[in-house]
Design a protein around this ligand. Structure first.
Ligand code: C2E
Ligand code: CA
Ligand code: CA
Ligand code: CA
Length: 279
């Protein structure tokens, strides 16, 4: 890869017609990233709409590439999934998030639930549950403080096995959230087979909430579905007060988005947690 500043990370965009050699180079770099400590987690607050209190933090992966700079996940997770690297990376993410959770607790901050994104591919690992149990023990994290964000794409694999794994995780007290809800091909079917604790309304429905009546209808329907099934509902990608007010009137309980905070490095989150609530 050339080193010509910021725009150059475009090179890594999966949409681009990159050559096989470039793909290979990226794969080699990504493989090294794990051992060279180039991966890091940012955290984005999740907020109770009615109280303004921070109720959780979503861990979001970043790659600090030595030449290119910070590469956002959309530009390397697809490759990580293709190559299977997502499994060791995903394990690193869970461990690091739990360690961070403990570090915040040790620093006297209020205990906060941490949400971690899981790739469908990670559910093909036969030892996923064992790995998670081990990480929780090593980091002395109570399961109720870990939330796993899954997507409807898990429905495309060995359903029986995946259902059993999720069942086991739930029984341990781990929280399950259905991410990007409504964007898949079988949203209703997926929550029937893989019942989560929380539905996350995808940001594509939140963006034009006030101008597009179909987005408003979808958001309203997801919130009603959540109420009917006794699931929590969180709206993602909330950027304006108007969106927030509208979601509040629809009965949505929680939200996440730039209106409250961008994803931040751990030090900045520490600062935020000391203030405890966002006005
Ligand atoms: P996601 O899980 O749907 O995460 C939400 C994305 O929306 C994040 O992008 C976040 O920075 C962004 N976002 C948050 N609030 C706003 C807002 O108000 N407006 C807008 N326009 N965007 C907002 P990010 O961090 O670039 O992550 C992109 C995707 O990469 C994530 O989407 C998730 O699917 C994936 N990802 C991130 N970290 C991990 C990870 O550790 N493991 C796996 N498997 N996937 C991850
Ligand atoms: Ca997510
Ligand atoms: Ca999402
Ligand atoms: Ca998304």
């Amino acid at each position: 890869a050339k080193q010509q500043g910021r725009n150059n990370y475009q090179f890594y965009s999966p949409e681009m017609n990159t050559t096989a050699r470039e793909q290979l180079e990226l794969e080699t770099d990504l493989r090294k990233a794990l051992t060279k400590d180039e991966l890091l987690l940012y955290y984005q607050p999740q907020v109770d709409i009615n109280t303004g209190e921070i109720i959780g933090l979503e861990a979001l992966l970043r790659w600090q590439h030595p030449q290119i700079g910070v590469i956002p996940p959309n530009q390397f997770i697809p490759l990580a999934e293709e190559t299977g690297l997502i499994c060791p990376i995903g394990e690193w993410v869970i461990r690091t998030a739990c360690e961070q959770h403990q570090a915040w607790y040790a620093a006297g901050l209020p205990l906060m639930r941490i949400a971690v994104n899981l790739s469908a591919r990670q559910f093909q690992q036969r030892d996923l549950v064992k790995t998670i149990v081990q990480i929780l023990q090593e980091t002395q994290t109570q399961p109720c403080y870990l939330e796993l964000e899954i997507t409807e794409s898990i429905a495309m694999q060995d359903v029986e096995f995946t259902v059993a794994v999720l069942q086991e995780l739930r029984q341990m007290g781990i929280q399950i959230a259905m991410d990007d809800f409504g964007t898949g091909y079988s949203s209703l079917n997926s929550i029937k087979h893989f019942p989560p604790h929380t539905l996350k309304i995808d940001q594509s429905f939140v963006r034009d909430l006030l101008i597009d009546p179909s987005d408003a209808a979808i958001a309203r329907a997801v919130i009603a579905l959540g109420q009917g099934l006794h699931l929590k509902v969180l709206a993602e990608g909330v950027e304006t007060v108007e969106q927030l007010e509208f979601l509040r009137t629809l009965g949505c309980q929680s939200a996440q988005g730039y209106l409250f905070s961008k994803p931040l490095p751990p030090v900045a989150i520490t600062q935020l947690l000391r203030e405890k609530t966002i006005p």
